[in-house]
Design a binder for this molecule. Structure first.
Ligand SMILES: Cc1cc2nc3c(=O)[nH]c(=O)nc-3n(C[C@H](O)[C@H](O)[C@H](O)COP(=O)(O)OP(=O)(O)OC[C@H]3O[C@@H](n4cnc5c(N)ncnc54)[C@H](O)[C@@H]3O)c2cc1C
Length: 407
């Protein structure tokens, strides 16, 4: 074996987790080589947050993550926190802001989501600069053909044979194949006797069918603030009507908890007592139509779609003539609109992959495989998935860091 193709650590995949791991291992004096199949590194970083990268969340906590073992992420998240990443961003002079949201009352509020003021390119440039300083070597357009064990690991690739002592798998999940999504990590985990849990698309829009799809299509482009819930989880976020169904942060968040066949409940007027509003209007403005009252609270287009679904018969009936119980019934529709998505848009548009390498087969302290020493898994390939809001990158940084300290 020539010295030129032997390194201490090989990292497969130069995305968020891989780059953080490479920097940390390189800073320890380890000779690190990253092998990336794509023509460019960090493609998802560049595309993230609408091109401004929501690089972390100030309130990141283990509770913001889904995993079969909800305790697994705790150690890594506490070893390398959002504040550690923010310090790195500050060191590089990158300007950022906390995204503002509107609450139910239309007041400005914040959820701890940090975005670059300028461009996601700055985050990638920062990571590449750190990697360069730590002596990390990066090979792009490299296909891994096989991985075998010798004293350490032997990799046959489209660029030749490489050997290493420690191997880190940072190849991500299946989301967005055009940005590098691949099942490589799952196959390698299986090769080494590790369990891979069922995986599915997460943070992904819903598709609808039939009349519901036609309705959302007519409303396409309309965004409203809602409470959305499924499987005892709920989020207060913006919902977007689309040609294919429903999207927007509210839907992406709840999609992580949705399974085919589940009902999703949407409160179209969160924080409002619609029944009270209708009964008040009935008492004070009995001649009004339901549509007139509700159009003060929601877009006219949406109210007219709701009218077609929920009070077609009372379309021209004044409030004074509608029984209170019926008004209550209609109000309940607004606070508990139940829909049954047909499916999600799948990996084509999903921001993340749920499930993956079973955390039971990994050390939560180091991300090392329990079945094969010196083999590590980090980032999205593991069965740890964050909510929308910078949590997924934080998991990439934290898991990458702890593996980098040990690989
Ligand atoms: C459009 C979009 C926007 C997003 N926005 C945000 C956001 O604003 N904030 C947030 O927190 N999260 C966001 N996410 C999620 C975030 O991008 C991921 O959680 C994160 O990138 C996962 O990091 P990773 O390093 O594990 O995987 P990836 O970033 O996917 O990196 C994996 C790398 O491995 C490479 N690879 C795959 N297979 C092989 C192979 N066989 N050989 C060699 N290389 C291979 C891939 O090409 C890729 O470069 C977004 C995701 C998408 C798709």
């Amino acid at each position: 074996m020539s010295d030129s193709n032997y390194v201490d650590v090989i990292i497969i995949g130069a995305g968020a987790a891989g780059l953080m791991c490479a920097i940390t291992a390189g800073q320890r004096g380890r000779k690190v080589l990253m092998l990336e199949k794509s023509n460019k590194v960090g493609k998802k970083i560049l595309m993230s947050g609408g091109g401004r990268c929501n690089f972390t969340n100030m309130y990141a906590e283990p509770e913001n993550y889904l995993s079969t073992n909800p305790h697994f992420c705790k150690s890594a998240l506490s070893r390398y926190t959002q504040w550690d990443f923010i310090e790195l961003v500050n060191k590089h002079g990158i300007e950022y802001n906390e995204k503002s949201h509107l609450d139910n009352a239309g007041e400005e509020t914040h959820k701890g989501q940090l975005f670059c003021n300028d461009s996601a390119k700055q985050i990638l440039a920062m990571l590449l600069d750190e990697a360069k300083q730590a002596g990390v070597e990066i090979q792009t357009r490299c296909e891994i053909e096989s991985v075998e064990c010798d004293h350490g690991f032997k990799l046959d690739t489209s660029l030749g044979e490489y050997h290493c002592e420690s191997l880190v798998v940072a190849s991500g999940g299946l989301s967005i194949p055009t940005l590098g999504g691949s099942g490589f990590g799952y196959e390698l985990a299986k090769q080494y006797g590790m369990n891979v849990l069922e995986h599915r698309a997460g943070l992904v829009p819903f598709t609808l069918s039939g009349a519901l799809k036609e309705m959302t299509s007519r409303l396409s482009g309309l965004a409203i603030h809602v409470d959305i819930s499924c499987q005892r989880q709920s989020f207060n976020e913006e919902l977007l009507f689309t040609h294919r169904g429903l999207s927007g942060p509210a839907v992406l968040q709840i999609s992580n908890y949705w399974h085919p066949g589940d009902i999703v409940t949407i409160d179209l007027l969160p924080g409002r007592d619609v029944a009270n509003i209708l009964l008040d209007e009935k008492a004070n403005n009995g001649k009004s139509l339901l549509r007139t009252v509700l159009s003060k609270l929601l877009s006219k287009k949406l109210v007219s779609e709701c009218e077609a679904m929920w009070w077609q018969k009372e379309k021209q009936t004044s409030l004074a003539e509608i029984p209170d119980t019926r008004l209550q019934e209609i109000a309940d529709k607004f606070s508990g609109w139940e829909i049954k998505p047909s499916a999600t848009e799948g990996y084509r548009t999903a921001e993340v992959t749920l499930g993956g390498v079973d955390t039971n087969d990994l050390s939560s302290q180091t991300m090392e495989s329990k079945t094969r020493p010196n083999l590590y898994f980090i980032g999205e390939v593991i069965d740890v998935t964050g909510h929308l809001g910078g949590y997924n990158f934080q998991w990439a940084w934290s898991s990458g860091y702890v593996a980098g300290l040990n690989a």
